[in-house]
Every structure is written in structure tokens, then in C-alpha cells.
Design a protein around this ligand. Structure first.
Ligand SMILES: NC(=O)c1ccc[n+]([C@@H]2O[C@H](COP(=O)([O-])OP(=O)(O)OC[C@H]3O[C@@H](n4cnc5c(N)ncnc54)[C@H](O)[C@@H]3O)[C@@H](O)[C@H]2O)c1
Length: 388
């Protein structure tokens, strides 16, 4: 028996890759999870009238508009879902929060730390009136990742010593691949670093409960000019790859690698964590599994075991299928929508908050500073300078 009593009316900005993934989540979430609020797909906005009309019909939105500000002005919209490139996150999210709308904003939170600070401050101000803001680091919501966090929080790994994280893609290895927005600093903020490096920064900090305090980094742009839509070549203004070593509070040391030039690797997000009592390994391309080494077992029983994370007592799983019936990429967005609705309805903690996402932004900034200077960079404390 459903306990749904009230609607959560959503206005979404942007309808392409993430807009499609978020639409799938909003369509599905109340059919799978029993929640106190019912997601209503009230209106979607985009810049092209024909395309946004077609997207609304295909994705299941009741109305469409070419003006995102009109979504914020409406009384019958409760939440603004920001699925646009980073150069518009701050403007849309801050306007929405000021109008008393809850906000879900895609990652990375912003293109600069100034924007991210302003967004975290806007979220802090809005929180006083019960308005909630979440950043879309969806990989937190993969059941195996949530299980990894639970094992670490329960002390099963002991003291964390090593974090080893890579996020490997290969979609721009061809030098003829065009100069899309993701390769332009003014639109994307940074390249592989902010796009996929941000995910492994957030994921590893989330599962360990530890923050990166300082980094030493190296970035590279292998292909410096690419074909432009308007003709001719344009300059690539972001990194193609970013590598860094880091210290976490609590004493662990870490390595991170984010690249769009790992030929053959499509979405290779892999994290290994070694502690004094055990290790865990997660590989997104086998996202229903978690490898666990328990050093507390008798030595003749030790070895990495493969946990199939499909049991009802695994995070999020009970709502889905019988054990062994696997889930996929899109489920992480449905889980994200579930957690957001739950937090809005109950007033419970919201993670990752804009303050959490600001902290990731400060790590991205430290990586860029370190790569530019060729020296160690401390990560600025997240709360410095947030005017609430
Ligand atoms: N969580 C994830 O795993 C994940 C994956 C991919 C992208 N993202 C993030 O999602 C955001 C969007 O990326 P995407 O892959 O969906 O991009 P995309 O290019 O597929 O879609 C962008 C959408 O935004 C619209 N748009 C662009 N500028 C706009 C503006 N000024 N006003 C209104 N609409 C505008 C475009 O028309 C398009 O519909 C980025 O912040 C990106 O980093 C997150």
C-alpha cells in the first residue's frame, strides 16, 4: 500500500544525456520505491523549440519551454533539475534556490570555485527555509559502492592506508573528433579532471569518509586543436588527462587518474582501497559486484571474494529484482532521485550537499594549481569564505 500523499513537481533544464538519465529516474522512482512524495514531470526546458518539444514527448514531460527562468517563476514547480553544461549551473541553481525551489544539480557543481562557493552559500541560505540542494554524483548510489562504504564504516577494512582510483575513457582519441563543449574551458570548467576525475574524488571521499587534504598533479592535453562546427580548427582549452597523488585526512595516501585517452577503455571507473584489516575493489564495468579481502579470516581461508551485490539486504536492492538479477547504470539515477525525495520529505540529511560538492571543487582547483606550478598544493578548507 502506497503512502504517497503529495506531489513533488519537477522542472528540468537540459534534456540530452543527463536529461535523459534523470527523466528515466523521475519516471521510475515512485513505481519502484514507496516514497512520501510523488515525482511529477511538470516541464522541461531547452534552447531549441522543436527539439525540446520532441524531448518532452519522448521523455515523458507534460510541458516544455525554451526559457528556464519561466520554470523558476512557476508556483506549480517545486524542484529544478539542472542537466546543462557547467557554465550555466550557478546561474540556474542560485536563481532557483532564491525562489524557494529545491535543486538537483549535475556534477561538477560549477566551473570555478567562486561559482561553487556562491552556490554553497545560496544552498545554506535556502536550507533555513526548508529548501534542499543536492549535487548529482550518482555513482554513490550504485549498491556495490554503498556496500563498500558500509564495510569501511563498520571497520571491516581497519585503518585505511591506500586509495587507488582510475576513471578511464577513450572517446576523443581520434584527433578529428570535434571541439565539443566538453573540450572548452569556458563551458566545461576543465576536461577529464572535472568531468570524470570529480566522480572518483567524490566516490573515494564518500566511501572512506576521509577528505583529500593535498595533491601533487600532472595534466596533459594531447590534441591541442580540433575541428569546429563553424569550420576550421579551434583550440582545446582543457586537459585530456589528469593524474595526481594525494593525502587524505586520517593518514591514507592515494593515486588518481582521469583520462579520455585510455584507448579501449569506455567507462572504466575502478577503485581499490587497502586497509589494515582488508581491501575492497569496485569496477563499474562489473557494477553488480564487489571484491572483498578479509584479513581477519584464518590464513588458509583468505583471498579476494566476489560479492554479488544483489541480495535484499544490500543497499537499494530490495526494491528491485530477486538475487542475481542484475541492475544497470540508470538505476544509480533512480536511487539518487529516491534519496533526494526522501530527504526533501523527511528533512533528513542530504548528500552530496552543495557544500560537499564545493569541497570536490576545491580538490579540482588544487589539482589544477599543482599541475600549473609543478608543486604540492593544499586543498583549501571547504567552509572558508562561505557567506551565509
Ligand atoms: N552524473 C554523471 O555521470 C554525468 C554524466 C554526464 C554528464 N554529467 C554532467 O551533466 C551536465 C550535462 O551534461 P550532458 O552530458 O547531459 O550534456 P549534453 O550535451 O548531452 O546535454 C546538455 C543539455 O543542456 C542544454 N543546454 C546547454 N546550454 C544550455 C543553456 N544555457 N540553457 C538551457 N539549456 C542548455 C542542451 O541543449 C542539452 O539539452 C554536465 O554538468 C555534465 O558534467 C554528469
Amino acid at each position: 500500500m502506497s503512502t504517497q500523499t503529495t506531489d513533488l513537481r519537477i522542472g528540468m533544464v537540459g534534456y540530452a544525456f543527463m536529461g535523459t538519465a534523470h527523466s528515466q529516474a523521475w519516471r521510475t522512482v515512485n513505481r519502484v520505491f514507496d516514497l512520501p512524495l510523488h515525482a511529477r514531470m511538470t516541464a522541461v526546458s531547452g534552447r531549441d523549440p522543436g527539439k525540446v518539444a520532441a524531448a518532452a514527448a519522448q521523455l515523458g514531460w507534460q510541458e516544455h519551454t525554451t526559457d528556464w527562468r519561466s520554470l523558476i517563476a512557476r508556483d506549480d514547480i517545486d524542484l529544478i533539475d539542472v542537466c546543462t553544461p557547467g557554465d550555466s549551473h550557478a546561474e540556474i541553481a542560485i536563481a532557483a534556490l532564491a525562489a524557494g525551489k529545491h535543486v538537483l544539480c549535475e556534477k561538477p557543481l560549477a566551473n570555478t570555485i567562486d561559482e561553487a562557493r556562491a552556490m554553497a552559500a545560496a544552498a545554506a541560505r535556502a536550507a533555513a527555509g526548508g529548501v534542499r540542494a543536492m549535487c548529482g554524483f550518482n555513482y554513490r548510489r550504485v549498491p556495490a559502492v554503498a556496500l563498500m562504504r558500509r564495510l569501511i564504516a563498520d571497520g571491516r577494512l581497519g585503518e585505511i592506508r591506500h586509495v587507488r582510483a582510475v576513471y578511464l575513457q577513450d572517446w576523443i582519441t581520434d584527433p578529428q573528433f570535434p571541439l565539443v563543449w566538453r573540450l572548452q574551458k569556458d563551458r566545461a570548467g576543465s576536461g577529464a579532471l572535472g568531468d570524470i576525475g570529480a566522480h572518483i574524488i567524490d566516490l573515494t571521499q564518500y566511501v572512506t569518509g576521509r577528505r583529500i587534504t593535498g595533491v601533487s598533479a600532472l595534466t596533459e592535453t594531447f590534441v591541442k586543436e580540433r575541428p569546429q562546427a563553424a569550420g576550421g580548427l579551434g583550440t582545446v582549452t582543457v586537459d585530456d588527462a589528469a593524474l595526481f597523488v594525494a593525502r587524505l585526512d586520517g593518514g591514507a595516501i592515494a593515486t588518481y587518474e582521469a583520462t579520455r585517452f585510455a584507448t579501449g577503455r569506455k567507462n572504466g571507473l575502478r577503485v581499490e582501497i587497502n586497509g589494515s584489516r582488508g581491501s575492497v575493489v569496485f569496477d563499474f564495468e562489473r557494477m553488480n559486484e564487489l571484491e572483498f579481502y578479509d584479513a581477519a579470516l584464518p590464513s588458509d581461508e583468505q583471498g579476494f571474494s566476489r560479492i554479488l551485490v544483489t541480495e535484499p539486504d544490500h543497499p537499494y536492492v530490495a526494491a528491485w529484482w530477486p538475487p542475481g538479477h542484475l541492475i544497470g547504470y540508470e538505476h544509480s539515477f533512480t536511487h539518487q532521485a529516491r534519496d533526494l525525495i526522501e530527504a526533501i520529505a523527511t528533512g533528513g540529511p542530504i548528500t552530496p550537499s552543495f557544500a560537499d560538492a564545493l569541497q570536490v571543487q576545491l580538490v579540482l582547483d588544487a589539482v589544477e594549481r599543482s599541475a600549473a606550478l609543478g608543486s604540492w598544493s593544499e586543498v583549501e578548507p571547504a567552509l572558508t569564505g562561505i557567506a551565509v
